[in-house]
Design a protein. Structure first.
Lengths: 279, 287
């Protein structure tokens, strides 16, 4: 597998308006994101995870270091559209992402900007809407939709640009449980279709679905590995005020009472399987 | 101090084609010092109910009696209602507007017509109660604070009005795990010190189970069940039918039960779940 995104010694600083003292949000991150992988990035507020996400499609460009997206340097103005087309982005607040007054126009906005042939746009829009199961809402106005539905339209808008990679920046933070479940299903489905998924989230039950978990803290990578490798470092997670998945907590409690629960029990399903062996 | 709600109903856009029954003959009581969690899918009427309790919306029919006063009767002063019932909206930090934290928190008590020294005292107490250091934050701009801190300032603004009933709409939505735990601890502390009634809406069933004396379940404008967390979350399949979850740990216990493992599906906390799984494993050959 090749890397779709290569991050080398990335440093990113925000200019502070008043006293001019820059704030370092990313402090020397080096990562490779494999094409087709599903990577979850976790960290508390201010850990740098959202800043990292915005550096992955050229919304922010590095203060120092480089970010290559499918080989294109995000600092290269001439190829910023290649970068944006390769790596699409879905944000937290669905209300801030929809620009048109009709759902299908909104989804068409991206491909139109890319200069896609008008006859092909129709097909792309229909496919994108049906893949997020919003086809029947195509003539609705976004304000008539629920938060979860708006978020699905925002995702369709990104899918219609046919990106190889989609970065989701806390896409479920403002949604109710049904909305969250719908979005997670779509994310998994996109991953299965071969799209590289980078999911920034606070929710551990979402992160356990990824094949790689990266924990950010104070602008650096604190832990990086499979969900089993990362979540088994329970103490470390708690130190940086992160939650640990329910099954990992219970496994730790059982172990402290002498029950030999394997380290790779991470999801509720894993715990159920573990207990069922002793039926 | 208690709340009695009788035959409460509300209709949006009455007489128009878009007419929607938002609240359909709601009845419940909340007793002195209780914490009640309200759950329901988006559009079930939770927010409409909260706005009725705070006098923001007037019911089409029915009464809401708060501490002996019917807050729906014609001619009641809104100031009286607000003094009794404080409502913290969803994402309240978006409503901060003053130049300093102290001014923002003082806004409500000032509007109650309190003397200046009383206002100052309330601002001081409210900030301490939400876990912020008065001397450190009072003079700062609310916009310089972190997300969790901003939310606490917004909540302090309502607490400073000393409402007998404090209502919170999704108090932990959108927070990271650390800030989430801080807000939960803060709600407990406020309740302990004020001994007020707290009503809150949440989609986080773990929070609902942990905080509530009583859980109220809404579906399509009706209040369909009221009970203790144990009584309500025992009805997992009924909740699933109206798109509601049980706490994650309880869900895991139900999954074990479905596989024929005899564990306690009434477990609502990690501790209870672990205890039950431990007992099962010890009784089998895992040891």
């Amino acid at each position: 597998m090749s890397s779709i995104i290569q991050i080398r010694n990335l440093i990113f600083e925000y200019e502070k308006e008043e006293n001019g003292e820059p704030v370092r949000a990313i402090d020397g991150v080096t990562l490779d994101i494999e094409e087709g992988s599903f990577v979850a990035v976790i960290g508390r507020n201010g850990s740098g995870k959202s800043t990292l996400a915005k550096n992955l499609n050229g919304l922010f460009v590095p203060t120092e270091g480089t970010v290559l997206v499918d080989g294109w340097d995000t600092r290269d103005d001439e190829h910023i559209w290649e970068v944006r087309q390769t790596a699409g982005m879905v944000f937290q607040n669905p209300d801030n992402q929809l620009v048109s007054s009709i759902v299908e126009d909104d989804v068409a906005f991206g491909p139109e900007n890319l200069g896609v042939e008008p006859s092909l746009i129709r097909e792309r829009v229909d496919r994108a809407l049906s893949s997020v199961r919003m086809g029947e809402y195509r003539h609705k106005a976004p304000h008539q939709l629920s938060g979860g539905q708006k978020q699905r339209v925002a995702i369709a808008g990104v899918i219609a640009m046919r990106p190889k990679c989609i970065i989701f920046d806390e896409p479920t933070a403002m949604l109710d449980p049904r909305g969250r479940r719908d979005i997670m299903k779509i994310i998994q489905q996109l991953h299965e279709e071969g799209i590289t998924v980078i999911l920034i989230t606070h929710f551990m039950d979402e992160a356990v679905r990824a094949d790689r978990v990266i924990i950010m803290d104070k602008g650096s990578v604190l832990l990086d590995g499979t969900p089993a490798e990362v979540f088994s470092r329970r103490e470390r997670m708690l130190e940086v005020s992160l939650d640990v998945p329910v099954a990992v907590e219970i496994a730790a409690m059982l172990r402290s009472r002498g029950i030999d629960v394997p380290e790779d029990v991470i999801t509720p399903e894993d715990m159920v399987e573990f207990v069922c062996q002793y039926r | 101090m208690s709340i009695q709600v009788r035959n409460l109903s509300y209709i949006y856009n009455e007489g128009l084609t878009s007419e929607t029954v938002a609240l359909d003959n709601i009845n419940f009581d909340i007793y002195d010092g209780e914490v009640a969690g309200i759950i329901g899918h988006t559009g079930s009427g939770k927010s409409t109910l909260l706005q009725q309790l705070n006098g923001l919306l007037k019911p089409r029919g029915g009464t809401i009696i708060v501490g002996g006063t019917d807050i729906t009767r014609p001619g009641i002063s809104m100031r009286d209602v607000r003094r009794r019932v404080g409502l913290v909206f969803q994402y309240p930090e978006y409503q901060l507007f003053e130049e300093t934290v102290a001014l923002d928190v003082a806004f409500g008590p000032k509007n109650l017509g309190l003397r200046e020294d009383e206002v100052d005292e309330r601002v001081h107490d409210a900030l301490e109660l939400v876990g912020l250091d008065y001397d450190e934050v009072a003079g700062r701009s609310p916009f310089e604070l972190s997300g969790g801190q901003k939310r606490r300032v917004a909540i302090a603004g309502v607490i400073a009005m000393k409402p007998q009933v404090l209502i919170l709409d999704e108090p932990t939505a959108g927070l990271d795990p650390g800030s989430h735990d801080e807000i939960m601890a803060m709600i407990r502390k406020v309740h302990e010190s004020q001994q007020n009634i707290i009503l809150f809406v949440s989609h986080n069933m773990e929070d609902v189970a942990a905080l509530s004396d009583k859980v109220m379940v809404m579906d399509r404008g009706k209040l369909i069940t009221v009970g203790t967390p144990k009584e309500v979350f025992r009805q997992r399949d009924r909740l699933a039918a109206i798109a509601l979850d049980v706490p994650p740990v309880t869900e895991m216990m139900f999954q074990l039960k479905e596989r024929g493992i005899d564990v306690d599906t009434g477990a609502l906390t990690l501790r209870e779940a672990e205890e039950s799984i431990y007992d099962y494993l010890r009784g089998s050959k895992a040891k």
